[in-house]
Ligand binder design. Structure first.
Ligand code: ADP
Ligand code: MG
Length: 245
């Protein structure tokens, strides 16, 4: 059989997970194309982070399948570890290694010879506007600069899928817009599929190509920001967006 000519970066089918009697993620399916940003949007506790952690491979689904670039990373009889899934991760807590330099942080997930790694580090630091920061330590950087180092580190091994869990919520408003825009531009350039988790409707409306609206473990609506905002699926969805100023 011929291979799918244009596989999705991410293809999640019927993903489910319970903790005890609590069904936290219930039959979630979604696809992300190369260079596409999908925002998983919903209130606190609806199951967004659990979904993301299952895709990353750090939480085991009860049911479902996960494909990355057409390759099954989780399916019956198959469960690849996180490092074999070609996913990049970014969280609110940037979690840079404090004792390592910026260059060492960015190079952390890289293999290959020293010269090739240094080249990739320099290229990425230039990309996030931190040329010349190689030898600094995280504590010498502002919050926004640390966030950009975390982005460079996550991008270094060229992940097919970038998973971001509220990555901008620790930043103050002044910095946030600029960093959001830079981050998106770089991710789209690299051709990754991006799954961005947020509980803030305005962030999803600003950043998403597609919004997947989640409530109580289920995706209740999928569509463009325009569509989801202007044609909410029900009253609760309309109310969720109505707080935006
Ligand atoms: P969100 O990221 O949307 O805020 P989470 O995926 O973090 O939601 O959590 C969804 C629900 O699952 C919450 O009620 C949370 O308490 C519960 N939950 C998450 N992880 C665990 C766990 N390891 N054990 C028990 N309950 C959990
Ligand atoms: Mg969460």
């Amino acid at each position: 059989m011929a291979a799918d000519p244009a596989p999705h970066r991410l293809d999640v089918r019927h993903l489910s997970r319970s903790f005890g009697a609590l069904s936290v993620v219930d039959d979630v399916s979604l696809t992300i194309a190369p260079g596409q940003v999908t925002c998983l949007l919903g209130p606190s506790g609806c199951g967004k982070s659990t979904t993301l952690r299952m895709i990353a491979g750090v939480e085991r689904p009860d049911r479902g399948e996960i494909r990355i670039d057409g390759q099954a990373v989780f399916a019956p009889g198959r469960n690849l570890p996180p490092e074999a899934r070609s996913v990049g991760l970014m969280f609110q807590d940037f979690a840079l290694f404090p004792h390592l330099t910026v260059a060492q942080n960015v190079a952390f997930g890289l293999t290959g010879d020293r010269a090739a790694r240094a080249l990739r580090v320099d290229e990425l630091l230039e990309r996030v506007n931190l040329s010349g920061y190689q030898k600094k330590h995280p504590h010498q950087l502002s919050g926004g600069e640390q966030q950009r180092v975390a982005l460079a580190r996550a991008l270094a091994p060229r992940p097919r899928v970038m998973l971001m869990d509220e990555p901008f919520s620790g930043l103050d408003n002044r910095l946030r817009d600029g960093i959001r825009d830079t981050t998106l531009e770089i991710l789209k350039d690299e051709g990754a599929g991006v799954l961005l988790v947020t509980h803030e409707p305005d962030e999803a409306l600003r950043m998403a190509d597609e919004i997947a609206l989640m409530r109580a473990g289920r995706i209740v609506q999928r569509g463009s920001p325009y569509n989801v905002y202007n044609a909410p699926v029900d009253k609760a969805a309309a109310a969720f967006f109505s707080d935006i100023n």
